[in-house]
Design a binder for this molecule. Structure first.
Ligand SMILES: [Zn+2]
Length: 370
């Protein structure tokens, strides 16, 4: 099977994040069964989802080369002109759900390793995980059960010829304030401060808005400033004449690489509890930032190959969080892949065949020079 055929076979298997990915994992396992394949069931997931780790032993094992990709796709949006699971080749593009994000990357990983004839110089790992588009349980399960040191990691997510070297960290919180639903005719300014959950939430929001102004003035190169946004506030019983018994605030805090996740959380916790000592704080999402240096040997190798195959390539960073942060603990990590970043989570998603083939060749060369 050539790379295009592999991509088509992956698209034709429904692996939306809300269902089991067993079929696509079995299919990849079959394609790569001449190597050491291990399938792990992901712990604590609502549906049966699996990670697959494939190892190709090298002559040496002190600087492994690791490819990581997610097998799941988003759900089907409105407006598809073709069937999302029926890959269509048109104008040198392959259309289908997940074609860019990121089955093209998976197809390149698979096709490149199948083309290798000699034993690689270093151990090669291909990691196929899951639940990346929803809760991120797949990536977390990989790093919980498996670990590498001094590795070089490439994640072929769709980057549209950009070599991504870092991303912001993320803390998403939910805060709940509590009060008493007494009749509004019995209220006073003092009683509202003590008994009205909305007043407590407003105190918290005001304190956080002051904090937002402070952190926004600390930009860090191309990452820009840390940010804090109150994204959701909802409180009260719905009645105009009853004090609020409960108010929910949700916020997103984005961190630059020099900021420490725990320190930032503690700082926010202090601000929230000072405004309302009884507020309950729940972590909705929690993920570190990462930054790989341009001067690194691995990055420079990729840059050289990218210059050959994708002359318009450039370095960049990502503002949104991806699981690259998890794998960056293993070593130099780069996000770079054949798909179109503009096609992620869009109707009529496609991948250019030319980029797919060029990227496969790039992966093959990376493995040959490992
Ligand atoms: Zn993706």
């Amino acid at each position: 099977m050539d790379t295009t055929e592999i991509l088509k076979s992956l698209i034709s298997i429904d692996s939306r994040f809300d269902r089991s990915n067993k079929k696509i994992v079995d299919h990849i396992n079959n394609l790569l069964n001449k190597f050491e394949c291990q399938v792990f069931k992901v712990d604590d997931a609502e549906v049966d989802i699996y990670n697959l780790i494939v190892k190709i032993p090298g002559i040496k094992n002190d600087n492994p080369l690791v490819f990581v990709g997610h097998t799941d796709t988003v759900l089907i949006g409105e407006g598809w002109e073709t069937s999302p699971f029926d890959p269509v080749e048109k104008e040198k593009k392959i259309y289908g759900l997940g074609s860019s994000d990121m089955k093209a990357g998976l197809a390149s990983m698979i096709s490149a390793i199948l083309k290798i004839k000699d034993k690689p110089n270093q151990d090669i790992y291909l990691i196929f995980d899951c639940d990346e588009e929803f809760g991120g349980k797949g990536g977390l399960d990989v790093v919980k059960k498996f670990s590498l040191e001094n590795a070089r990691v490439i994640i072929p997510e769709p980057t549209g010829e950009k070599i991504i070297l870092g991303q912001k960290g993320c803390i998403d919180l939910e805060i709940q304030t509590s009060g008493k639903a007494i009749h509004a005719s019995l209220a006073s300014p003092e009683k509202n401060q003590i008994l009205n959950a909305n007043y407590k939430a407003i105190r918290i929001c005001n304190a956080l808005i002051e904090h937002e102004k402070k952190i926004f003035g600390r930009p860090e190169g191309e990452y820009g400033s840390p940010t804090l946004s109150i994204s959701y506030v909802c409180g009260g019983t719905g009645a105009a004449n009853v004090l609020s018994d409960k108010c929910i605030i949700r916020l997103g805090r984005r961190l630059t690489p020099s900021e420490n996740l725990n320190e930032v959380y503690e700082e926010m916790e202090k601000i929230i509890l000072k405004a309302d000592p009884e507020a309950k704080i729940k972590k909705l999402f929690w993920g570190d930032s990462y930054g790989t240096k341009k001067e690194g040997i691995f990055v420079q190798n990729i840059k050289k190959l990218a210059d050959e195959f994708f002359p318009n390539n450039e370095f960049g960073i990502k503002y949104g969080w991806t699981e690259a942060s998890l794998f960056s603990k293993w070593g130099e990590t780069v996000i770079f892949g054949p798909g179109e970043d503009s096609m992620c989570h869009k109707k009529n998603e496609y991948c250019k065949i030319e980029n797919l083939e060029k990227f496969t060749e790039l992966c093959k060369r990376l493995i040959e020079n490992a």
